[in-house]
Design a protein. Sequence first.
Length: 243
Amino acid sequence: MLGAALLLFKPPRRTILGWIGMLLAIAAAHAEQPVKVLIVTGGHDHEPSFYSLFDDQRFIANVNPHPEAFMKDFRDRADVLVLYDLIPEMPEEAKRANLRAFVEAGKGVVVLHHAIIDHNNWSWWYEEVVGGRYLLKPDGGIPASTYKHDEHMRVKVTKKHPVTDGVTDFEVDDETYKGMWISPKVQVLLTTDNPTSDAPLAWLGLHPKARVVYIQLGHGSAAHRNPSYQRLVRNAMVWAAGR
């Protein structure tokens, strides 16, 4: 009887429009809230110009450097985790658990430049989350990855996506990486034809719940101050936050 009554119940059109308006208002309020960004640094020097990337009213950014990073559950503290650290191994199980809980909660992760070296022996991280790995030493018959400073790079946008919205092909002087392991499953966003670099420069990660982006660019101020790079990173943070 209750099922039949529910089927016969038709809320007034005015009520339906009210519900729709309420849902739209909630969505608009969520979109207007600043994105909470947690920046993790440590293990590698970087220029102060890096922080110019977060000079935008859409973001509230906090820095949590190592060794303090990941010591506590941070799911409520951040919408997006931005990694600009270089920690090849993180042996503390509690820290790994907190990082994994953040990812499994469907949060956003933006991995920049040398942070591709993070957690080099944690296969879950590089195979199921980031989709790439910088090899510090030969592994399984694959030689170690290489890098080169002060290379001029022509950057080509290869996929239309919210991360590349408003970004056109550009040029930048930056550090290159070559010989990385890159999963064939990633969706490549940017490429370069510089011979000292792997062709893919940015891609979408692989985790089924979290929104993950890796951007290989970003060694120094030449990149940090580049308008195209700034837009790219800011787009990545907004998209990773689900906005």
